[in-house]
Every structure is written in C-alpha cells, then in structure tokens.
Design a protein around this ligand. Sequence first.
Ligand code: TYD
Length: 217
Amino acid sequence: MNTPKSRTGHLFVLEGIDGSGKTCVCEQLTEILRSENYDVVRLREPTHESQWGKEIREKSPGGELTPDEELELYTKDREWHITTKIQPALEEGKVVLMDRYFFASGAYQSTVLDLHWREILQINREELSAPEPDIVFILDVPAEIGLERATGRSGKANLQFEKLDRLIRVRRNYLEIAEHDISNVKLIDSLKPLQQVIYEIHKIIIDFINNSKSEPL
Ligand code: TYD
C-alpha cells in the first residue's frame, strides 16, 4: 500500500456500473466542496489526456481492442495518471475526487479475462504503486436500472442482452470488492434520489477530513 509521508491530501473515489450516477455525483460534489473552500481536483479514468486514455476512448466503444489490449491500455493510462496528476495533487494537499480508478479495472476487465478482480487490484497496487484511496464509494444499482439509465431503452435486443449480462457480472464484482477488498469501501444505495446520494457521500467525506485533522501526527 502506498501512503508516502509527503501525502497530505485526500483521495476519494467514486465507482459503480455504467448508469450508477457516479459522474453526476462527482460533478456536483466537486461544486459543493469548492463552494466550501476545499481545494478540489476532479479526475476521471480513462483519461482524456494521455495517449493511452485517448486510444481506449477511440477504439473501445467499437470493439477494436482485445481484452488483453484493453487491460494494458488502462494500466498505462493509470500509470501516467498517477505520476502526472494524482500523486502531485496529493502531495500538494488537495482533495482529489476520482470518477473511476483501479477498482474499475478489477470489476470490468475480470469479466472478459481469465483474471480474478483480486489479481487485477493487486497488479495496480504492487506494479503501479497506485495510491490507496481514503474512501472508495461504490454506487450500487441493479444492472437493469444502470443499463436503462445509461442507454435508454433503445438498441437491438441481443446487444442489450449482452450488455446487461456483462453489467450483472460487473455489479457482482463491485459487491464482492465492497465486502472483501482491503480498501475502505462504502457501498451506497444509488437507487435513492440523486440529492440524497450526494448528501450522504458529502457527509462521509467531510467527517473523514475533519477527523483526520484532529488525529495526532
Ligand atoms: P465511464 O465512467 O462511463 O466514462 P465517461 O463517463 O468518462 O465516458 O467509463 C467508460 C467505460 O470504461 C466504462 O464502461 C467502464 C470502462 N472502464 C474499464 O473497463 N476499466 C477501467 O479501468 C476503467 C477506468 C473504465
């Protein structure tokens, strides 16, 4: 686990299946925390900046990448992200809010590779020395609801079925991660109204920051 002494900031991660609402929550939380004078850096993966993040965004939706190529690109994109953005922001004492992180690789890539989510998380922790989040919020909704929210009801029935089948497995992985991983995970019921979800996460973040201020060095 990587928690260097120079890390004075906080790292909070939002995860969940497609359509779980994490991007919306991340945007609004950023606004709220900034209005309360927290120095917030909002980041997302895959990135829009590195050559690897761009390649994923270009090729992945059309199915041009093999599962192995995808995992490699996500890993390289993340390595770049850690060195260029995440670590520096943490060293500068910022509050880093991330829309997806290495838990997404575990939950998603393990559904198409012969690797357990645990192994993928381990690769990220050991080979990338990925900074460990203070809290990972997993926004949980049933796969059917996530798919409906993410794509509407449109699309060919068989394609929708394939997507649903995959999301069911991704959600199962996230639930297992929430229960068994070593990280500090909070499972959030994201069927609740958006404002309530934001309120809940905001309260947990503020309590965490306040408590860590009062901890002796
Ligand atoms: P998403 O959060 O929907 O990105 P955005 O809203 O910024 O376009 O993520 C895009 C997809 O990437 C999503 O289906 C999950 C997938 N993904 C992985 O499979 N592995 C990963 O490591 C990451 C970060 C994302």
